[in-house]
Design a protein around this ligand. Structure first.
Ligand code: GCB
Length: 595
């Protein structure tokens, strides 16, 4: 009940004028297993640096009516971009572009009785306005979360056109704000599809183990449509489970029952076919069941301590570059993480595509998922808070049935000041209300430096988290690699610690001595000395060094070395493995074999 009220509350507040709006309909969960019609492919586009498109009504997709008529744009004669995909890496002249781009695509559709139709966007960076057949559907803010609009009454039987203005201009009040260390890839960066549903359908549900219980399934379903009370059936055919519940008048029902299931873990990533049906709607999902908790400084998976052998990564496409989005991208990136010996990935610094999370579910890789509350943002602005809450809500809503996701991360390296802590405390409260089963974390970097060879993580944010993330960069931004041998790390709380970032930059193939910066040897030396240090941290529960693969960043220009890439990857953007990869791989092999 609480959850439903919260959804309604969040939805209403999100839709208030002047606030971040998240589509016109709450997210439809489990898009990959719904009936969809893809709108991926080639879309016409018009670049609009002076923001004339809105005034000139590009969304009408007009044609000159006669030889005298004045229409100063023409989508049909304009160039095309592939969707999904960022524009920066598809057109040379758009590499640095930040601003509005208008997309247009025609499609035909056959209307059917008793079928509701939605248009769903996997993600669009950053701010979007969507139009169907010249009519506004709504707006969405946030570059990495899905959104949808109902178009049942607006879609035509026959020819249709959709126009989307996507604007990736950075703003001081946005999330993230003006400054990041990644490329601001703009565009329709994930799948676009029509989704067909019956008049009444199950738009969201949670089917997970109750917190701390390996045997009790606890969850809820929410219908949308015109109904009074209605039956919903949940089945897990493989173990003969079939439960029926009756919804309240507004379509909500909870269920709690005991079940004997094989638990999901990296060693045994068991997924069950779960079937939910109600009236004309039936939806399948592949769900793993596991518990995740902390006890003192340990993280417990299914009640047993587990050490997170991880790596951080950006959603950057291997080889071809640009924003990653495909199944193949996910397979390459998680394949490398697997080769490294990981049982855990930190997906920075924003929610990655659903492909990635579903693959992690299948591969048995635990996931840290993060919203882009990064460095300094407009902490005292209520609409910025609302925007961060919307992104958090949608990250959780999309993936709340994924066993691989064990950690929701609220932020990365935010400055320690009261207004920041108040902001993040509110995000923590929101996350706990939306999902009480997963752990909360943040990557912090504020430490007490008063000891000579001792550092203490004491950011007051730690109080609101279950797991502490620490980005240090000993040997790169301060000190020398060998200083790690003597360094002792403490924290102000009796909670598990993840070294969420450390590392150093080296282009693949650049060699020299271990004390020469920008060489593979220097990078490897940072890892070697860190391993000595990490072994001595009693509360260490895992690590996710920086970073799996080199990635584009406008801040990293050093000619001949960086050339607009952050070179801290263990693997180059062309897939070449650097020496440090093998140093960490060896450590992970030792950990796995219990040496
Ligand atoms: C950090 C940030 C990460 C940067 C990295 C770096 O602390 O969290 O986004 O890319 O350092 O390379 O400096």
């Amino acid at each position: 009940m609480m959850r439903r009220l919260l959804y309604v509350f969040l939805f209403l507040t999100a839709a208030a004028p002047g606030y971040a709006v998240s589509g016109d309909h709450p997210l439809i969960n489990n898009i990959p297993n719904r009936t969809t019609i893809s709108l991926n492919g080639s879309w016409h586009f018009i670049v609009d640096p002076y923001e004339t498109g809105l005034h000139s009504r590009f969304y009408q997709n007009a044609k000159a009516k006669d030889k005298n008529d004045l229409v100063e744009y023409d989508f049909d004669k304009s160039d095309t971009l592939n969707v999904p995909g960022d524009w920066n890496t598809q057109k040379k002249e758009l590499l640095f572009y930040e601003g509005p781009v208008w997309y247009e695509r025609a499609f035909s559709y056959r209307k059917r009785e008793h079928t509701r139709v939605f248009i769903n966007f996997g993600a669009a960076n950053y701010f979007s306005r969507v139009y169907l057949n010249g009519e506004a559907l709504g707006e969405h803010e946030g570059g990495f979360t899905p959104f949808n609009f109902e178009v049942t009454d607006k879609i035509h039987d026959g020819e249709n056109f959709v126009v989307v203005e996507v604007n990736n201009a950075r703003r001081r009040d946005a999330v993230p704000a003006l400054n990041t260390d990644w490329w601001n890839y703009g565009g329709l960066t994930r799948d676009v599809a029509l989704v067909e549903e019956p008049d009444t359908f199950i738009y969201d549900y949670v089917v997970q183990l109750a917190k701390g219980s390996g045997q009790e399934i606890s969850g809820w379903v929410q219908l949308t449509g015109a109904f009074s009370e209605q039956q919903v059936t949940l089945e897990i055919p493989e173990v003969g489970i079939r439960k029926t519940v009756l919804t309240s008048a507004d379509g909500y029902a909870e269920f709690h029952f005991l079940a004997k299931l094989e638990l999901w873990s990296p060693a045994h990533p068991k997924l069950y076919d779960v079937v939910l049906s109600s009236g004309a709607d039936k939806v399948h999902d592949s769900i793993g069941f596991r518990t995740i908790e902390t006890r003192g400084t340990r993280i417990l998976l299914n009640g047993e301590p587990i050490f997170l052998r991880g790596i951080s990564l950006h959603e950057e496409a291997p080889m071809r570059g640009g924003r990653a989005f495909s199944q193949q991208d996910a397979e390459t990136l998680l394949g490398w993480a697997h080769e490294l010996g990981c049982n855990f990935v930190r997906l920075t610094h924003y929610p990655h595509s659903e492909n990635m999370i579903r693959l992690a579910d299948r591969m048995g890789i635990m996931v840290w998922s993060e919203i882009p509350v990064y460095w300094d943002i407009d902490w005292e602005n209520p609409s910025t808070l609302q925007n961060a809450k919307s992104q958090l809500r949608d990250m959780i809503a999309r993936d709340h049935n994924r066993a691989s996701v064990i950690l929701w991360s609220l932020s990365n390296e935010t400055p320690v000041k009261p207004e920041r802590t108040t902001f993040l405390r509110q995000l923590a409260e929101t996350a706990r209300r939306l999902d009480s089963t997963r752990l909360l974390t943040s990557a912090m970097n504020h430490v007490d430096e008063s000891g000579i060879d001792t550092r203490t993580l004491n950011d007051p944010l730690g109080e609101y988290l279950d797991v502490l993330g620490l980005n240090e960069y000993l040997g790169w931004y301060w000190g020398r690699p060998e200083d790690a041998d003597r360094m002792q790390w403490k924290t102000a709380w009796d909670k598990p610690l993840i070294m969420s970032e450390f590392g150093g930059g080296a282009p693949y193939g650049r060699h020299g001595s271990a004390d020469e910066r920008w060489t593979e040897e220097y990078q490897a030396s940072i890892y070697q000395h860190h391993i000595v240090m990490l072994k001595k941290i009693p509360s260490l529960a895992g690590l996710s060094p920086w970073v799996l693969m080199d990635f584009r960043s406008p801040r990293r220009q050093l000619p001949g070395v960086q050339d607009f890439y952050n070179r801290k990857g263990l693997i180059s953007n062309q897939g070449q493995h650097k020496q440090a990869f093998y140093v960490l791989q060896k450590y992970y092999q030792e950990l796995e074999s219990g040496k």
